[in-house]
Design a protein around this ligand. Structure first.
Ligand code: SF4
Ligand code: SF4
Length: 684
């Protein structure tokens, strides 16, 4: 029975020990069938994605490969963002990968090199190489097993809201099947090894053969095999053969089922990271030739793009996006995870219900603050926000049903050029007495100051504009305001009104092009984002900075020298449109340190890329917030939690939301809300 030939004096792999020859053939036939079933399923998926609109975006290849390696292979986000589930995933993923790789190497050893080279002379899996090969496989098998147990405990013991929650229990059974089968495969793999190692010493002694199999290299199997070393040989062999048969059946069925279950994320999620959007994260897709479109946004399956269909398939239902969502966090109807899961069901005809009104309630869509928390949190590069915006476009432009009162606001944007419904003529009143010039087409300026509607009309935000003017004047910057400035309607775009946005953009880009300036500066992150990331879609390429970037430059270049002041404990609230949208986190903190905030600069638990939205983005500033808890109150609670006496921000809308939150929580007197420009201007 000792039929694993090894070169003299070397240990080698006891492949197919105790397995009858006919089962060896059966397992190869089963393996080929499983591979074919897997490939057919994958081919069906690709065919499904190809039904979507648009063409697969392959380039630029170097960037795509780089993001695939970091997100798809190294699974950076999975590991870094949530440590325990991250390590659990790492254990399962690399454990299973190494076991698969080990099986592939063993197949080469047995079926390719053995028939070609006399195995008593040379084997691929022999000597030291086999020794370490076996150590590595045992260790990674153990990692996989631990990962699977942790997954089971999280999924069915801890039961975090993000895993079940809004999408209900409908995937409970599939998840159980997957965790159960993976656990069964790894566990029975170890049992087979333990039974073999328990039997082989007895068998070798009986046959008076040299011991050519390795014992101590089975770092998990060998010690455990000693526990059953006394069991008689026939029993061990029968148990080994029985376990091997069941193990192979489950392994082959699971391999074939990869393409048809959540296990497909092994391939599909990884592919999705390769195709992740490469355009600026903050830029919404332009509706080309809008005048001649008959329908807008998405209301039917055939209107999704190939990338959206791929997104829906790539979702692992991990719920990280739901955890990051301010709307879900405050018990509103929206869960970005649920949107994607429901669209997966629509895409695969698991429901025949209409997308709008039946599968998705409009309230879910209007709850979104476009904070991009979900996109940032998703470990497999799904663009939940892009899909939500397409649905909003349908509601607003095709059905003519934007959520009130935003329709009134959009009307004001169109007629009065501002969302407040105030007279056009009042736009520049805030500048009275400040010696701020209007731009003149014949003069070249250091910066054109784009004030934005809040900075121009909102009494609180006007203070920020004035503070910033004081800073620019102290720095002796040559700046001007554009007389033709009007609302850029970026919030209308995010409410789905692309038509209004494009109309305003065409007008503004044309106006801006009349003037000579090195850069545009704005105190509003929303204006900043749309000018820097979206105007290039309309032939408007401008060098744009946010006022905090400019102030930081002025301090670094010593063009202004603010006094170091002490404002007590201070914290900084990241604006989504500066932070997650444009990756600008540091200038604001550098300015606060320049103002003397060092040890007393504290970070909230949710800060930088994980910062919590104020609740005002995506047009939510113009909508009622009648469901769940108010998002701005939740954010002020974060400020209270770090005992800050001042919360600094860099967005007029954030300041407004924080002001309201502070009043609602009765901390109006205790916590000052200040824009960075105000703090600097006070220190000049
Ligand atoms: S963009 Fe923000 S509010 Fe909208 S679904 Fe994503 S996380 Fe939620
Ligand atoms: S969309 Fe992304 S983050 Fe959300 S559940 Fe799916 S995989 Fe997880």
């Amino acid at each position: 029975m000792h039929e694993f030939p090894c070169p003299p004096g070397l240990v080698c792999r006891p492949t197919f020990w105790n397995i009858p020859g006919f089962l060896e053939i059966v397992v190869y036939v089963g393996g080929i069938l499983a591979a074919l079933v897997f490939l057919y399923g994958m081919w069906q998926r690709v065919a499904h994605w190809r039904k979507g609109k648009g063409k697969f975006a392959w380039g630029p290849l170097d960037k795509r490969i780089a993001q695939w390696l970091t997100m798809g292979v190294a699974t950076k986000k999975v590991v870094l963002d949530k440590l325990t589930p991250g390590l659990m995933h790492l254990g399962i993923m690399w454990g299973m990968a190494f076991l698969f790789l080990g099986t592939a190497i063993a197949t080469i050893d047995w079926d390719i090199t053995k028939p070609l080279i006399n195995p008593t002379q040379w084997r691929l899996l022999q000597g030291d190489f086999y020794y370490y090969f076996k150590v590595v496989l045992d260790v990674f098998g153990l990692f996989a097993l631990i990962g699977i147990v942790v997954a089971f405990v999280i999924r069915y013991g801890v039961k975090p809201e993000r895993l079940d929650g809004r999408s209900g229990k409908r995937y409970f059974r599939e998840d159980l099947w997957i965790i159960g089968s993976l656990g069964f495969i790894v566990l029975t793999g170890f049992v087979i090894e333990i039974l073999r190692l328990a039997a082989q010493p007895t068998e070798t002694a009986l046959l008076k053969e040299r011991v050519m199999y390795c014992t101590t290299c089975s770092v998990v199997g060998w010690p455990l095999s000693r526990l059953i070393a006394g069991v008689d040989l026939d029993t061990l062999r029968a148990l080994h053969l029985g376990t091997w048969v069941v193990h192979m059946i489950v392994a082959l069925v699971a391999a074939g089922a990869i393409s048809y279950t959540k296990l497909s994320h092994l391939v599909v999620s990884s592919v999705n990271t390769f195709f992740q959007k490469l355009e600026p994260a903050g830029a919404l897709t332009k509706i080309a030739d809008i005048e001649n479109q008959e329908t807008f946004g998405i209301s039917k399956l055939e209107e999704f793009t190939w990338k959206q269909l791929l997104d829906f398939d790539a979702c692992t239902r991990c719920g990280r996006c739901q955890d990051a969502c301010p709307a879900a966090l405050t018990n509103k109807a929206l869960s970005p995870k649920n949107i994607i899961v429901k669209m997966f069901e629509v895409a695969h005809a698991k429901t025949q219900d209409a997308i709008h009104g039946q599968v998705i309630d409009a309230q879910e869509l209007w709850d979104c603050t476009t904070c991009m928390g979900c996109v940032n949190a998703c470990p497999v590069a799904i663009d939940q926000l892009g899909t939500i915006i397409e649905f909003r476009r349908y509601l607003t432009l095709s059905e003519g049903a934007p959520q009130p009162p935003s329709n009134k606001t959009m009307d004001s944007m169109e007629r009065q050029g501002n969302p407040y419904g105030l007279p056009k003529a009042d736009r520049h009143k805030w500048m009275q007495g400040l010696a701020v010039p209007f731009a003149d087409a014949d003069t070249e300026y250091d910066v054109l100051f784009w004030v934005g509607c809040a900075g121009a009309y909102d009494v609180r935000a006007q203070k920020i504009s004035k503070a910033f003017v004081k800073i620019m004047q102290q720095a002796d910057l040559k700046f001007a305001v554009m007389q033709e400035e009007r609302c850029n309607c970026e919030s209308a775009r995010r409410l789905g009104n692309e038509y209004l946005y494009q109309m305003a953009t065409a007008e503004i880009v044309e106006s801006l092009k009349q003037y000579k300036f090195k850069r545009i500066v704005t105190t509003c992150p929303h204006c900043f984002n749309t000018i820097v990331n979206e105007y290039p879609q309309f032939d408007g390429k401008f060098d744009v900075v946010h006022h905090t970037q400019l102030i930081n430059e002025l301090i670094t270049d010593k063009r202004i020298t603010p006094k170091r002041t002490s404002n007590g404990t201070i914290t900084y609230h990241d604006s989504c449109y500066l932070g997650r949208y444009n990756n600008i986190y540091d200038p604001q903190r550098a300015i606060l340190r320049a103002l003397g905030a060092n040890g007393n600069l504290v970070e909230m638990t949710r800060a930088r890329a994980n910062g919590l939205c104020c609740g005002g983005g995506g047009g939510r500033m113009w909508l009622e917030e009648n469901t769940g808890k108010r998002i701005n109150n939740t954010r002020v609670e974060d400020v209270v939690a770090v005992n800050a006496q001042t919360v600094a921000s860099a967005c007029p809308f954030c300041i407004s939301m924080l002001d309201d939150g502070a009043k609602a929580l009765n901390v109006d007197e205790k916590i000052a809300r200040k824009d960075i420009a105000e703090l600097v201007a006070e220190a000049l």
